[in-house]
Design a protein around this ligand. Structure first.
Ligand SMILES: NC(=O)c1ccc[n+]([C@@H]2O[C@H](COP(=O)([O-])OP(=O)(O)OC[C@H]3O[C@@H](n4cnc5c(N)ncnc54)[C@H](OP(=O)(O)O)[C@@H]3O)[C@@H](O)[C@H]2O)c1
Length: 433
């Protein structure tokens, strides 16, 4: 069997994992006849070359995308500008491309998909969204006769690891340090903890799930950096835990998009997805609910998704089939404003009661006091109402709004009666979690 030659751009966490899995040649993979012949890195050392004796290393990635012997390019460098130029060149040269790069696909995915379609080559990026979870393949192949109405999930392992540690009693800083020490968080974790990484994944998911193109600016995005132990106490009081959620709800061509730490009732499967794991729940007309859970990052889990793409492309090449890629026609998503129950978290000097604040807002709602932190569980309201409340509350002398956390309601129609302890409670003693 003639080999299908693969060029690997990057031999870091993901690239090395791909080289390792391909070298193992499982029986299923052996039938694909894949061979990694060249790899691009920044630094070549004799030890590194010795570690990959069958792969010729270069520091010039363009040599690989211009190599006529190579049929498939795997991009695992990261960033946007360089991989964009490399992938465009590879596609123009008639090569199939696989990438793990969500930033690039969220930013230039449409242009690259159109280029791949015009060249009749594949552009696959399963590993870019939720690492090991085969969510893109599932969206592409399993919902042909179904309509997805909403999706929700945990798309960032770093944030989920930090919030899982905080639910067990760690401080934010302590949990972040643990994540960095275990390699789950980068030295600069901004993209992860501010929800940017998850937002990129949400945009990609919306294209495949709904055929709708949305912008980063249309996402209601909130980071996890201001959360404290008292938030977890309040969540626990209401029978919930706090998870870094992505959520998209569709009504026609309208989308309501959120990336935020949210209160998830303990009865929902997403509340039990901990640490670096990712998960996604799809709600659709026929299937109703489908949940997928798995490691969202890491060398071998991510590389496994890349290798699944490699095998699919090899299968198409051997069957002389045009890869199943089409220049997807996307409609532009319009904004959808939905009402959501919210946990309004306030710092107070204890001179004002929850009932007085609720009165001030003209609300009848449940409150929970934990030391200086007072939380109000609001009925379902719009973001506009929340903004009005913020302004009103910040004018009060003894109160400061810390943050407002949404309560997860998968279809946008759930009611806060799903939660526990819907009676006003005050706990001014310190609590251990
Ligand atoms: N890590 C994960 O768990 C994970 C999960 C899902 C998706 N991804 C995505 O996968 C991609 C790669 O991530 P990673 O974690 O594997 O990154 P990484 O560990 O930093 O590896 C990057 C690799 O690219 C090489 N490289 C960088 N600049 C280069 C250049 N100008 N020319 C040639 N080679 C260059 C590096 O070479 P040197 O080794 O010589 O420095 C390194 O081997 C990113 O888009 C990331 O978002 C990662």
């Amino acid at each position: 069997m003639t080999k299908i030659n693969v060029g690997l751009l990057g031999l870091g966490t993901v690239g090395k994992g791909v080289a390792t899995i391909v070298a193992r040649q499982s029986p299923q993979l052996a039938s694909a006849g894949l061979k990694i012949t060249r790899a691009a890195v920044r630094t070549i050392t004799p030890e590194r070359q010795a570690h990959f004796p069958d792969i010729k290393l270069t520091t010039d990635a363009f040599q690989i995308v211009n190599d006529p012997e190579i049929q498939i390019i795997v991009e695992a460098i990261g960033g946007i500008d360089l991989p964009y130029a490399l992938i465009q060149q590879a596609l123009r040269n008639g090569k199939h491309v696989i990438t793990a790069n969500k930033d690039l696909i969220a930013t230039h995915g449409q242009a690259l998909t159109a280029l791949a379609a015009s060249q009749h080559v594949a552009l696959n990026y399963e590993a870019a969204v939720m690492g090991s979870i085969p969510i893109l393949r599932t969206l592409n192949t399993s919902f042909a006769g179904d309509t997805i109405t909403s999706l929700a999930g945990i798309a960032n392992g770093t944030s989920n690891f930090i919030l899982s540690q905080m639910a067990r009693g760690r401080s934010y800083q302590g949990a972040l340090a643990d994540a960095q020490q275990k390699g789950f968080a980068e030295a600069d974790p901004t993209n992860d903890v501010e929800g940017l990484d998850a937002s990129y994944k949400l945009l990609i998911l919306c294209r495949l799930a709904f055929g709708l193109d949305a912008t980063l600016a249309s996402i209601h995005r909130q980071g996890i950096t201001t959360l404290t132990a008292a938030d977890f106490a309040a969540a626990k009081h209401f029978g919930c835990t706090i998870k870094p959620l992505i959520r998209a709800i569709r009504r026609g061509n309208q989308l309501s998009l959120t990336v935020a730490p949210a209160l998830v009732p303990n009865t929902n499967p997403l509340s039990h997805v901990d640490d670096e794991f990712n998960a996604i729940e799809l709600t659709s007309t026929n299937t109703k609910s489908l949940v997928l859970i798995g490691p969202g990052a890491g060398s071998l889990p991510t590389a496994n998704a890349v290798v699944a793409d490699l095998q699919a492309v090899a299968h198409d090449i051997r069957g002389h089939q045009t890869p199943t890629i089409a220049a997807q026609v996307l409609l532009t998503a319009e904004a959808l404003e939905l009402k959501t129950p919210q946990l309004v978290v306030l710092d107070t000097d204890l001179s004002i009661t929850g009932a007085a604040i609720a009165d001030h807002l003209g609300l009848s709602c449940v409150t929970y006091q934990h030391n200086n932190e007072l939380t109000l569980l609001s009925p379902a309201v719009t973001d506009e109402t929340i903004d009005t409340w913020r302004a009103t509350l910040n004018r009060l002398k003894h109160v400061k709004v810390q943050h407002v956390l949404p309560v997860f309601n998968p279809d946008g129609r759930a009611h806060q009666t799903q939660l526990q302890n819907l009676t006003t409670t005050s706990e001014t003693e310190s609590q251990s979690f």
